[in-house]
Design a protein around this ligand. Structure first.
Ligand code: HEM
Length: 329
């Protein structure tokens, strides 16, 4: 059931769709998305400042919002955005369905492998409903993007570029609509829970290892202060000069290696350094003093991620407060 690049078997069609995907998410192409990634990073910082308790939802909307805008041209800066809420709810339901060790995109193959004699019709029915919801999550943003294109009020995006290219090309493949579905659907679905998991781990790890947090902040301060006179200006792009080696193993190996890794790397890097540039991530102050979450405090959901935990996220200095107050997007 090849409804996204990620689920197609190796072969001609997979190679073709992956090439289309690569056109938009290769190392050079993702440079075009910095501005959008910056915008959602600013939104995130402001939200951390204004309502830190909702950190899970803020984190989810940061890279999730940027992938929606890049792929479909849909601006999703409201946390109540129906598409973001739909994706959050879908991921939550998948986790509750208790299918360990799978990605969201794997839901369909799982359905296929549940034999008809498998006891528990309810479980099967629930999984089928979940499958429908995952499809809705894939199709809805595409429908919105197509309607905007028809109305002439679409932002430029992967969808708009693909549609324009195909419609102006008399030699376009017959199944071009399907290519658009596959390429854009996978970008959204593969990006959203993977990157969110990484961001949750980031906050949790910084909380448990304050000495590492401090070291990173010292390094950041050195870079900002020594190489830029405009140290107070909010400009996370200054951090994009490839200093840190990427943990490449997380993206798989060989010909199926994650083609979204450049988008993920850039987006996560901007978010992480921006958070540490202006905030300290500190233990929650309980009645008996500082409280840290337990170690290995993880949910065994679709993607391993820390269970909800309490912490404080506080601006690092008066300058940081000023930056946060003045942020707009
Ligand atoms: C930290 C974030 C991410 C991690 C850890 C991650 C990890 C992975 C892994 C392990 C695979 C399977 C590789 C294999 O089978 O060997 C994969 C596949 C894939 N990822 Fe990612 N990914 C991330 C973010 C993204 C993003 C942001 C996008 C889209 C912009 C994306 C798009 C894809 C696609 C399309 C595939 C399927 C490739 C294929 O089957 O040919 N990923 N990813």
């Amino acid at each position: 059931m090849g409804w996204t690049v990620a689920l197609q078997q190796y072969g001609e069609k997979w190679r073709r769709d992956r090439t289309y995907f690569h056109q938009f998410f290769n190392q050079t192409a993702v440079e075009n998305y910095h501005e959008v990634q910056m915008k959602y990073t600013k939104v995130l910082l402001k939200r951390f400042y204004q309502s830190p308790d909702d950190y899970r939802s803020h984190l989810r909307c940061s890279l999730g919002g940027s992938i929606l805008e890049v792929t479909y041209g849909i601006e999703a800066i409201s946390e109540k955005d129906t598409l973001l809420v739909l994706s959050e709810n879908t991921v939550q339901r998948c986790a509750e369905a208790g299918i360990p060790g799978t990605y969201l995109v794997d839901i369909f193959p799982i359905l296929k492998y549940i034999p008809s004699w498998f006891p528990g019709a309810k479980f099967r029915r629930e999984l089928n409903q979940l499958g429908k919801q995952v499809l809705e999550m894939r199709n809805k943003p595409l429908e919105i993007a197509k309607t905007s294109l028809k109305n002439g009020d679409a932002r430029s995006s992967v969808v708009s570029a693909l549609i324009e290219n195909f419609e102006n090309n008399p030699d376009r493949p017959d199944d071009y609509e399907e290519i658009i579905e596959q390429v854009t659907g996978v970008a959204y679905i593969a990006a959203i829970d993977t990157t969110n998991g990484v961001l949750l781990h980031f906050v949790y790890t910084m909380l448990l290892h304050p000495e590492v947090q401090r070291r990173v902040q010292e390094e950041l301060d050195k870079v900002v202060i020594t190489s830029k006179p405009d140290a107070d200006k909010f400009n996370p792009e200054r951090f994009l000069d490839e200093r840190m080696p990427a943990p490449d193993f997380a993206f798989g190996y060989g010909r199926r290696e994650c083609p979204g890794r450049y988008f993920a790397d850039n987006g996560l890097f901007i978010i992480m350094v921006s958070i540490l540039h202006v905030f300290n991530i500190l233990p929650f102050e309980g009645e008996n003093g500082p409280e840290l979450p337990p170690k290995n405090h993880f949910d065994s959901g679709i993607i391993l991620q820390p269970k909800p935990f309490k912490f404080r996220i506080i601006p690092r200095s008066p300058d940081a407060i000023r930056i946060l107050e003045e942020l707009d997007y």
